[in-house]
Structures are given as structure tokens and as C-alpha cells.
Design a protein around this ligand. Structure first.
Ligand code: NAP
Length: 363
């Protein structure tokens, strides 16, 4: 019978395992006890109640202190190991079962059981957010117009909650937006997090932006956000969930030459604050991230050719205090933070993820 979690017997096993490690006997021990749960006990790791109930197979949380030496020593079964802000994340393969965990798992690192709908998940920031949420155990609904791209992103989402639900749609079409939300609720029965990420950019000044362009940008970047959020709110109130909007540094600072885009993103920020105030008492948080220049397809789709885009990225070294453009995964980290319980007292916030660009006054 497995020893009681945290018991003297388990501590003794942990001690024995340390000795085994030093004497190189761990692989032999693991072969004798092939089940993941038993190996976990052998390693002296504690399982949460939920993990015990599921046999600890899908997702093991390492609650004890796992010294680096130990992580190195079990490298023989280590598939992936990354460090992030002092956390150690390890995913191990043992025979027929794969499991992973994080040392001293903070609440941010666990979105298991949460249902997250991400718009614009077929590319760039939305795709990076999908991967991040998947790694943290969330169940995903991914939407965008390009089904092939959505399926490609879904394939890469290999988290413990299983394959994401892919539901294609054009969020500027009201019927599509309604269908996307309805299908997500039908699939999962609830919604915990809405990530309004889909967006486009178009260049033009007050002298050169047509009304048609203005409508296209506003419809995509803010009207659709309004519509989808409106539909999602009853479900979010029920789940005590939250919304993360993807705005831009253009929402909080002014730049010439992208007028409609600036206005649309400023509207996203104002929408975020207003809805946050309206829903705070109902237990729903609403926040946004404000990325600086981030390497994605956005600008090229907005009309920049390869050469101009390369120059634009080079110029970003001067326009961003940190001397570089951002990566989609860096924005995704901020989205996940705002979506998680780690930001439980944050609402109505616009979080710049821009290497300091919002604070700059270049002379
Ligand atoms: N990249 C940057 O420098 C930057 C900076 C600040 C803010 N942002 C914001 O970040 C968000 C994501 O952009 P990104 O940089 O990741 O660009 P991206 O790589 O071009 O991705 C844009 C996403 O939006 C989706 N989308 C656009 N119009 C849509 C529509 N009508 N219906 C459904 N989906 C639609 C696209 O889906 P399909 O391809 O499937 O149509 C795609 O998945 C945008 O809101 C953007 O304004 C980006």
C-alpha cells in the first residue's frame, strides 16, 4: 500500500531514494516500480488530493523542494525542462506515461479545469497564448478565420486537458461570433476566460484613411470585442471568470500614421476599464495587455513588405527602452497572468508589455 502523503514512511523512502540516486540505483528502482504514482512516492514528492484521486498520471504537482541535483539526476527520463522566474518545470516520460510538474507551483501555474476561449488563435500572440494556456492545463476553444492554421496551433497544444476545440469564424460577422460562443458553451458547458485577441492594423492618416478602412479596423478591433464580450458575460458571471483584451501601446500613447488603429486600441482600453467597473461587483475581472512592437504577422498583413518590416524591427531597438521588439510568448505570459488567480485583485488594468515604450518621451 502506498504510504500516507508526507508520512514518516514517505520521508524515509525519500531518504532511501536520495541514497539510491547517489549510488546510481534510481533507474533500477524505477524499473521495479513501473507505475508513475509509485515512482512519485519513491522520489519523495507529494501529490495533491486531486492528483491522488486520478492516480497522479496526467499531471503531477511537485510540492516538495526538488533540488537541482535531483532534477539533473533523473535526466534519464526527462523530456523537457525549462526555468521560468525561479520555477523549475519538468516533464518526464516514464514508459507508457508522461507527466509533468512545477516546483512550488504558484497559483498562476495551474489553470486546470478552466475553459479559455481565444480569438485570433491562428497566428502570433493568440497562438502563443494558446500554447501557454495549454501547458498550464486549460481546456481551449480556439477561433480565427484560417482553419488550417488553427488546426496547426491546436496540434501543438499538448497539455493535459487534451486537444483544443477548434471553431472557425470571422468575428466581424455577428452570426459567426454567436456561433463561436454557442459552440464553445456546448462543447465545455461553461466559460472561465475570454481572450479578445484578434485584430488587424492598417496604415493611414486623417488625410488618407477612408471610411471603409476606418470601419474595417473598428469592426475588427473593437466592435467584435464588444459583441463577443456581451455574449460571454452571463457565462463569465456564472463561472466568476475574467476577460483579457489585447490592446496595444497605441491604446495608451499616440503615434502618427495609424490613426484608425490608434483609435480602435484606445477604445479597447476604455472598454476594458468601463466593463471592469460594471462587472466587478459580479465577480468578473476585465483587464488588457498593451504590447509594443511584437514579432508576428500583423504588420506584414497590414501592408508592410519584408524589407520595410525588417527596417521596422531594426528601428524598434530605438523605440523600445529595452532595445528590442517583443516576442509573442512574452505577451502570452502577461495574458496568462491576468487570466489566472495570481492577478485576483487586478481589474480594469492596462498592462504594458512593451519593453518600456509606453514610458518613453524620445528627444
Ligand atoms: N504584433 C504587434 O506588434 C502588436 C502590437 C500591439 C498589439 N498587437 C495586437 O495583438 C493582437 C494579435 O495580433 P498579432 O500581432 O498576433 O497579429 P497576427 O499574427 O496577424 O494575428 C492576428 C489574428 O487575428 C485574427 N483575425 C483578424 N481578423 C479577424 C477576423 N475578422 N475574424 C477572426 N479572426 C481575425 C487572425 O486570424 P486569421 O488569420 O485566421 O484570419 C489572426 O489569428 C491584435 O489585436 C493586435 O492589434 C499586436
Amino acid at each position: 500500500m502506498a504510504p500516507e502523503v508526507g508520512s514518516a514512511q514517505q520521508q524515509q523512502q525519500h531518504h532511501q531514494q536520495q541514497i539510491a540516486l547517489r549510488s546510481g540505483r534510481l533507474p533500477a528502482l524505477a524499473k521495479q516500480r513501473p507505475k508513475a504514482l509509485q515512482l512519485t512516492m519513491q522520489l519523495g514528492l507529494r501529490l495533491s488530493r486531486e492528483e491522488q484521486a486520478t492516480g497522479g498520471i496526467a499531471s503531477l504537482r511537485l510540492l516538495g523542494l526538488v533540488p537541482d541535483l535531483l532534477v539533473q539526476s533523473i535526466g534519464w527520463c526527462c523530456v523537457d525542462r525549462t526555468r521560468n522566474a525561479g520555477e523549475i518545470h519538468i516533464h518526464r516520460q516514464l514508459g507508457w506515461c508522461t507527466y509533468g510538474g512545477a516546483e512550488k507551483v504558484p497559483r498562476i501555474m495551474n489553470l486546470a479545469g478552466k475553459v479559455v476561449l481565444i480569438t485570433g488563435a491562428s497566428s502570433g500572440i493568440g497562438a502563443a497564448a494558446a500554447l501557454k494556456f495549454s501547458q498550464l492545463g486549460a481546456s481551449l476553444a480556439l477561433t480565427g478565420r484560417k482553419v488550417d492554421n488553427l488546426n496547426e496551433v491546436a496540434k501543438q497544444c499538448t497539455g493535459s486537458a487534451g486537444a483544443p476545440f477548434v471553431v472557425a469564424g470571422d468575428i466581424t460577422k455577428e452570426a459567426d461570433t454567436e456561433r463561436v460562443l454557442k459552440a464553445t458553451i456546448e462543447k465545455y458547458g461553461k466559460l472561465d476566460v475570454l481572450v479578445n485577441n484578434a485584430g488587424i492594423i492598417e496604415t493611414g492618416t486623417i488625410e488618407t484613411t477612408s471610411l471603409e478602412q476606418f470601419d474595417r479596423v473598428m469592426n475588427t478591433n473593437i466592435r467584435s470585442v464588444y459583441h463577443l464580450t456581451m455574449l460571454a458575460v452571463p457565462h463569465l458571471v456564472q463561472s466568476q471568470g475574467n476577460v483579457v483584451n489585447v490592446s496595444s501601446v497605441n491604446g495608451i500613447r499616440s503615434f502618427p500614421g495609424v490613426l484608425a488603429y490608434n483609435i480602435s486600441k484606445m477604445a479597447v482600453d476604455q472598454f476594458t476599464r468601463c466593463v471592469a467597473l460594471e462587472l466587478a461587483a459580479k465577480g468578473v475581472r476585465v483587464n488588457c495587455v498593451n504590447p509594443g512592437v511584437t514579432v508576428t504577422n500583423l504588420h506584414k498583413r497590414g501592408g508592410m513588405d519584408e524589407q520595410t518590416y525588417a527596417k521596422f524591427l531594426e528601428h524598434s531597438k530605438n523605440t523600445h527602452a529595452m532595445g528590442r521588439p517583443g516576442q509573442a510568448s512574452e505577451v502570452a505570459d502577461a495574458i496568462v497572468f491576468l487570466a489566472s488567480d495570481s492577478s485576483s485583485f487586478v481589474t480594469g488594468a492596462s498592462l504594458p508589455v512593451d519593453g518600456g515604450r509606453h514610458a518613453m518621451c524620445p528627444r
